[in-house]
Design a protein around this ligand. Structure first.
Ligand code: ZN
Ligand code: ZN
Length: 337
């Protein structure tokens, strides 16, 4: 099968022929139709983070396709069923996190396209229990970005406990940001979009953002404070400076939700302001299988719009360059079908 493989952290990905993976007893083999490109795949390919994947490996954790073969012990899925393969590629199901609805914090979890091979390939293997069914109303092109960008921002809005008429500032309008705006609106919030690219702010406006701020031209924290301050800031841009701006944008009682993972990123949190203003700082990592089912249900009901650009897997390196240069409005999805 064709796959885009990271062979080292300093060379481009290689699109090459590799063996079709063999499903274990509890796994399913999925023929991939679409596979989204997430910033995390780029961090993986470059070995940016403290815990590194081991080359050679296949990135990709927004994989959508049909089950072609079941492992010998699988009874919960069917051949031909369309499923999504997300970042959470497996969890133990027994630990305190798994049994309390926080499987995303499981210390024994596997991560698709990082600790196990992912979906930048014609086939991928995943435990049947972690192959999340995709409703018929959701196209494979839309399902791919929802599988990471969607579930991650849906969870960020959930953990921030966004209430109607609150204001939510979204820092970074890309694959994640354009969906974060929509989940904040579904929760009843007013939204403020922050980015450094005007074309992304145009996209935010077209998706119903109440205000937009270009952080290349003015200090977004000052601009947002002039609007009364944000109840919730969602930090989605892979830049440490934007986390600081997101914090300073908050009003009293505000919540900062940290989602992006800038390489070597640090954040200075002023204790005085945090205490006197009753501010919360929350880390939020992807979402559970239930969260992903919610995300699909909202999309199937027509409540969200996914903006994406389809490319061929052969264009993976050019696509990474385009993402890093800010040239992609929202998400790139590789079509493999
Ligand atoms: Zn991702
Ligand atoms: Zn666990």
């Amino acid at each position: 099968m064709r796959a885009a493989v990271v062979t080292s952290f300093t060379t481009p990905l290689q699109v090459m022929d590799v063996p079709v993976p063999e499903p274990g007893p509890e796994d399913v083999l999925v023929r991939i139709e679409t596979s989204g490109l997430c910033h995390t795949d780029i961090h993986a390919a470059h070995g940016d983070w403290p815990v590194r994947p081991t080359p050679p490996f296949v990135p990709g954790h927004e994989g959508v396709g049909r089950i072609e073969r079941l492992g010998s012990a699988v009874t919960s899925r069917d051949v031909g069923q369309r499923v999504a393969i997300a970042w959470l590629g497996g969890a133990c199901g027994r630990c305190r996190y798994c049994i309390s609805g926080w499987e995303t914090l499981c210390e024994e979890q596997t991560n698709s396209g990082y600790s196990v091979d992912g979906a930048f390939a014609e086939y991928a293997v995943v435990p049947a229990a972690f192959a999340t069914p995709v409703p018929d109303e959701v196209t494979s092109l839309d399902a791919a970005p929802l599988t990471c960008a969607g579930v991650t921002t849906y969870k960020a809005i959930r953990v921030a406990r966004v209430a109607p008429a609150e204001s939510v500032a979204v820092f970074g309008i890309g694959g994640l940001g354009h969906l974060a705006l929509q989940y904040a609106q579904i929760a009843g919030a007013f939204t403020i979009a922050v980015d450094v690219e005007d074309h992304k702010l145009d996209l935010a406006r077209s998706l119903g953002a109440d205000h937009v701020v270009n952080a290349a031209r003015e200090d977004p924290a000052e601009a947002i404070q002039r609007l009364g301050g944000a109840d919730v800031s969602v930090a989605l841009a892979a830049s440490s400076a934007s986390f600081d701006q997101a914090f300073r944008s908050l009003r009293r009682g505000g919540r900062l939700v940290c989602v992006a993972l800038p390489a070597g990123g640090t954040m200075q949190v002023p204790i005085f302001d945090t205490v006197l203003k009753g501010i919360s700082v929350i880390g939020s990592i992807v979402g559970t299988r239930n969260d992903l089912a919610d995300v699909f249900a909202l999309h199937a009901a027509g409540r969200t719009e996914v903006v994406s650009l389809e490319r061929k897997l052969d264009d993976v390196n050019e696509s990474i360059d385009d993402v890093l240069a800010g040239r992609v409005p929202a998400r790139i999805v590789f079509g493999l079908g």
